[in-house]
Ligand binder design. Sequence first.
Ligand code: A5P
Length: 247
Amino acid sequence: MAQLGVSSVEIETLKREAARRALDDVRDGMKLGLGTGSTARHFVELLGERVRGGLSVVGVPTSEATRAQAIQCGIVLTTLDDTPHLDLTVDGADEVDHNLDLIKGGGGALLREKIVASASSQMTVIADVTKWVDKLGRFPLPIEVVPFGLGVTREAIIAALARCGSPAEVSLRNSRDGHRFVTDGGHWIVDAHCGRIDAAAQLAAALDAIPGVVGHGLFVGLASKVILAETIGIRVLERPQGRRRES
Ligand code: A5P
């Protein structure tokens, strides 16, 4: 896939450059959240190189896939039960806007990603330029649901989307093999094809209030820094005071 005149080979290079820049913020002794997806994969690989060179960190993976990769890279892992407060989470995103709000969950790890990011003092998003948007919502918004009562949950999701000004068709996600996509937590994912989301915080709150929804891919106020790799160089965007706003 190529977007904005950037080839897929260039995009992969940009992802790696963003990941490499994020390593600059990693210090000895840090407790890290390890993201999921093709961009986060570069970060975990590069972090593994540093660990093998003597860096001492512990990580909490946001998916079983990242757990397997981190172990392979020699990164010491912990859990949020043993280590409930993390210094920094580094993760990718499907969309990033000028408020540093995000859509995440294209890879289906949104729930663990949000739990881990929320447990971190800082969240750095690493992304290539194709993830930058004027308005969130072109990427289908992933909403993680419990299978029980799907019909009523689906109706409530559709109503919430309409109420918040983003009426959307929703579809239950399947894997490439045609089987139902099941998250690491045993849930299903409904993708909402909004087109645009004008009231992200309002929609996030409305989705959070639906009993059958266990998570959604709107990350509002969670990212403290975005490292955006463009063909002309890297742009670093930081939330004022470098802190997340409370949401
Ligand atoms: C995983 O569930 C997602 O939230 C990813 O972080 C997001 O989809 C970005 O993935 P890529 O880095 O593969 O584009």
